[in-house]
Design a binder for this molecule. Structure first.
Ligand code: ADP
Length: 177
């Protein structure tokens, strides 16, 4: 049995004060943008973009870590997800984001990480497919985690929450229901 608690919640990724790290659905330049990146940079303040500048550009599927500035967390982990229909193989690149982010959390001795649904906004990844790839990527990485004890998926909309919850219960990560 895995010692890691996995959960899906509906909410705002920039408002997860009990988590060591939150994950940003970043752009390659790690700059503020729409959606998740906009919410995280505006809550973190301009210091986040300043710290990120020398870390950019990142490649698709890669994760990098920064401090969290005015956010209530210790770190932000920035992932560049695939643009659906452009960056291929999209499922492997999306899985790589979750795996790399969790391993970075592990290397930094963090115990809790909250993710948004990477690539499902502006980058156009169909939600159900993204939910299945995400659940499988997390399930595959769980056995490698020692420091990380809690993984949370934060879905903005109620329909997205239900889709992720279903995929996560199918993968045996959360109880059915
Ligand atoms: P990407 O460019 O990787 O597609 P987006 O930020 O456009 O990233 O969207 C990723 C997902 O995050 C979408 O499902 C979107 O509805 C959701 N989202 C947008 N803002 C927030 C937020 N503040 N907290 C959590 N999820 C959000």
């Amino acid at each position: 049995m895995s010692q890691v608690t996995v959960e899906c919640v509906q909410g705002n990724i920039a408002d997860q004060p009990d988590m060591d790290a939150i994950v940003n659905a970043a752009n390659a330049q790690l700059m503020p943008g729409a959606g998740v990146a906009g919410a995280i940079h505006s809550a973190a303040g301009p210091g986040l973009a300043q710290e990120c500048r020398p870390l950019a550009p990142i490649r698709c599927g890669q994760a990098v870590i920064s401090s969290a500035h005015a956010l209530p967390n210790r770190h932000v982990i920035h992932c560049l997800g695939p643009v659906y229909g452009v960056d291929e193989p999209s499922d492997q690149l999306l899985a790589s984001c979750y795996r790399e982010a969790l391993m970075l959390a592990e290397q930094n001795s963090l115990s809790s990480v909250a993710f948004p649904a990477i690539s499902t906004g502006v980058f156009g990844y169909p939600l159900r497919e993204a939910a299945e790839v995400t659940a499988q990527a997390i399930a595959d990485t769980l056995p490698r985690l020692k420091s990380v004890k809690q993984v949370r998926l934060v879905l903005f909309r109620s329909g997205d929450y239900r889709t992720f919850r279903h995929a996560f219960s199918q993968a045996g990560l959360v109880p059915a229901g």
